[in-house]
Design a binder for this molecule. Structure first.
Ligand SMILES: [Zn+2]
Length: 94
């Protein structure tokens, strides 16, 4: 198994593209009318496992509070939000 990938501050990234991930709402054929939230990679939009790029897993020893303070200080937080709301190439153009 490949070692997990992290951004420069220690948040885990997706194994496939070393990107952040985002939740995508998808309908299921099994249960019509039911909307599921699926975590997808922002690089390739394939589903990824929880913890990959979703801001819940960090490099051992990295404190999530310190991570978010640092990203906020760098305005990277705003950049991440703008990425997550960008809809072009997104499979769920809701
Ligand atoms: Zn990917």
């Amino acid at each position: 198994m490949a070692a997990p990938l992290y951004d420069e501050l220690g948040q885990r990234l997706t194994d496939c593209c070393a990107a952040y991930s985002t939740y995508c709402e998808v309908g299921t054929f099994q249960k019509p009318g039911v909307i599921d939230q699926v975590l997808v990679c922002k690089g390739c939009y394939h589903p990824v496992a929880l913890g990959q790029g979703d801001g819940t897993e960090f490099k051992p020893g990295v404190d999530p509070d310190a991570y978010y303070k640092e990203t906020f200080r760098r305005d990277r937080w705003l950049e991440m939000i703008s990425h997550s709301t960008r809809k072009e190439n997104h499979p769920c153009k809701a």
